[in-house]
Design a protein around this ligand. Sequence first.
Ligand code: GRG
Length: 300
Amino acid sequence: MTYSLDNYLARWRKEIDRTLEQNLPPANTPPSVIHQAMRYAVLGGGKRIRPILAIAAAEACGATVDPLLVPFAALELIHTYSLVHDDLPALDNDDLRRGRKTTHVVYGEAIAILTGDALLTEAFAWLARTNLRAIREVAEAIDSKGMIGGQVADLEASGAPRPSAAGAAEGGGAPLTLLEFIHRNKTAKLITASVVLGGLLANAPDAKLDALRRYGEAAGLAFQIVDDLLDQERTSEELGKTAGKDAAQGKLTYPALVGADAARKRLDSLLAEAVENAGMIAGPVNYLATIARYICERRS
Ligand code: GRG
C-alpha cells in the first residue's frame, strides 16, 4: 500500500508517539518528578523525523518495521535529551520549545539536567534490544567527536568575528569549513545514524548501508541549513521555538555566512545527492527520496 507523504509521516508519527508513551516509565514511578519531566519533554510534540527516517530506511531495505519501533523510538529520546540540554540557561537559555515552556522552565534547572541524562540512558536501554554494531553506530554519532563535539564547536564559534559573506562563499575557506564541521556533527550525524540504524536492523548489505550513510549525510546537512533559514525567515509561533536566535547570539549559520540564495543552492545540490543515494536502495517501498524533499521544503 502506498501513502501520500503527509499520510506516511502522520501514520508513523502516531506509531512512534504510541511507542514512546507505552515504553517511557509511567509518570507516577518514584521519584515521580523526573518521570513527569521525561514525559513532558518527550511527549509534547515534535516531528519525529529521526525515527521516521529509520523506519523509511528499514522499509526500503525490506524489513517489517513494527518489531523495530522501540529502538527507533530511542532516537527520539536522544534527540529530546539534546534539546532539553541545549535549551538550558548555560547553553541557549531558551524558554520555548515545541510550542510549550522548556523543561527547565517548568521543572527547574537541576531536574532538566537530570531529565536529559535520564533520556540518554533510557535510550541505550531501548537500543540494547538490537546488536552491538547498531548500538555503536548511534553512540559514535552523538559522542564528543559527534553531536556533542558539534555543539562545543558551535558554542566556541558563537559571537566570534565574522568574515564577509562573499569571501567565505568564494573561497570555501576556513569559516565555511568550520560551519560544515558544526552542522555535520551537531545535526547530520544523528540523522545519518538514524538511517544507518534502519538499514542495520533490516540486515542490509554493505552497499546499501553505504548508500544510506551518504543519503543521511546529505539529508542531515540539508536539515540544518533549512533550520538556519527558518530561524531567519519564520516566526516563533510558526516554529514553536524562539525565532531569530541565531542572529541574536551571533551564531555561525549558512545564511549569515553565504547569504540565503547561496544557502538554497547548496540545499539543491544536497537534495540531488540524497535522492541519488535513495535510488540505490531498490526496495519495494521507498520513501527516502520523498522525505529528503520534505526536509528541504519544510516550514517548521
Ligand atoms: C550534553 C550539556 C549537553 C548538551 C547537549 C548536543 C547538544 C546539547 C545539542 C545539540 C543538539 C541540537 C540542538 C542540534 C540542532 C538540531 C536541530 C535542528 C534540532 C531541531 O530538530 P527538529 O526540527 O525538532 O527535528 P522537533 O521539535 O521537530 O523534534
